[in-house]
Design a protein around this ligand. Structure first.
Ligand SMILES: NC(=O)c1ccc[n+]([C@@H]2O[C@H](COP(=O)([O-])OP(=O)(O)OC[C@H]3O[C@@H](n4cnc5c(N)ncnc54)[C@H](OP(=O)(O)O)[C@@H]3O)[C@@H](O)[C@H]2O)c1
Length: 304
């Protein structure tokens, strides 16, 4: 078993279990624990409207911070606006080490619907709106939610660079991008993080993780808990070995995958939150890591 008795004891005792994931520097300045919180699931069904129990949503956020998760991911489109409003209600005055990363450029016109909207004009309105809802003078990490096919990537990124120059955002980041898009954006402004869909079972963006590691860019996997039917038995066996859960094993695989990995599991439940954050104390053996890696090869066209 790789979860040593010492680590287990430390995890039970520590008030901030997220600390055990280690830290990562986002940009040159923001040191965060490598297990964050995704605040998309605290809204209503279909990521639309208010949650059934707003008080519970606020308590989930407060508990995440109390457990040591000091990187919270959100977006103007979650609700829309609801996730950012709940974050401000639950967490202001913000702890000095809390980093909030929000996004703009992908709107939410209805439940489970998305529309691109990353024109410079709209991004300015989006940043101003996020500043207001989050009650911040400056947003630490602002992510282009997804490139807009109707707007050149350069125009969207130049707008974000302009907001940085104006002091409205501290660092510029990207989401849902391929490597050439990251490279084009980096010609305009330093990019501190990339957020793409990724888990041990879903490795389409493996090469982007490698690129980020090589270039000192944080990689934020969204949907980090996703698994596959074929991997479930293996996950369960490894989980049993460590007296942990399959979801915790999936998160431990990510943490071992790369030192620039910053998972942001999302939940509306305090119980699930506790479970997810306590994954920080799980250390997979090289063999377990290899077994999980080999059941989930990336698409062959991207492997070599
Ligand atoms: N950039 C993008 O385009 C993009 C897209 C999607 C998501 N995101 C970000 O990434 C974050 C994470 O992604 P995600 O929410 O899609 O996927 P996820 O974190 O992999 O999974 C969340 C789902 O798993 C459930 N869950 C969480 N912890 C659990 C546990 N311990 N046991 C059982 N079920 C559990 C949640 O339901 P319960 O609420 O019942 O726990 C929820 O349905 C989001 O919150 C958001 O911040 C970004």
């Amino acid at each position: 078993m790789a979860t040593t008795p010492e680590l287990k004891e430390q995890a039970e005792k520590t008030e901030n279990p997220a600390d055990l994931a280690g830290t990562l520097l986002v940009g040159s300045e923001l040191e965060v624990h490598r297990l964050g919180f995704g605040a998309m699931r605290i809204t209503g069904d279909g990521i639309w409207g208010h949650p059934k129990d707003p008080d519970l949503a606020r308590r989930v956020l407060q508990r995440a911070v109390a457990l040591g998760a000091n990187f919270i991911d959100t977006a103007d489109s979650y609700g829309p606006y609801v996730s950012e409003e709940l974050i401000a209600e639950a967490l202001t005055p913000y702890p000095p080490d809390l980093v909030i990363a929000t996004k703009g450029g992908w709107d939410r016109p209805g439940p489970n619907q998305w529309t691109h909207n990353a024109s410079p004009k709209h991004l300015r309105e989006a940043v101003e709106g996020s500043l207001r809802r989050l009650r911040l003078d400056r947003i630490d990490v602002y992510q282009l939610h997804i490139p807009d096919p109707a707007v050149s990537l350069e125009a969207s990124v130049e707008a974000l660079a302009q907001f940085q120059a104006e002091g409205k955002i501290r660092f510029v980041a990207l989401s849902n991008v391929a490597m050439d898009q990251i490279e084009r954006a980096r010609k305009i402004v330093p990019i501190v993080s990339v957020q793409n869909r990724y888990s041990f079972a879903d490795r389409e963006w493996d090469y982007v993780v490698d690129y980020c590691e090589l270039n000192g860019i944080a990689f934020i996997p969204w949907h980090p808990l996703s698994s596959s039917r074929i991997a479930n038995l293996l996950l369960e066996r490894i989980a049993k070995n460590h007296q942990k859960t399959p979801k915790q094993v999936a998160l431990a695989w990510l943490l071992k995958r790369s030192p620039i990995m910053l998972p942001i599991p999302g939940t509306s439940s305090i119980e699930h939150l506790e479970e997810n954050v306590h994954a920080a104390s799980l250390r997979l053996t090289d063999e377990e890591y290899g077994d999980l890696t080999s059941v989930s090869q990336p698409p062959s066209s991207l492997r070599d």
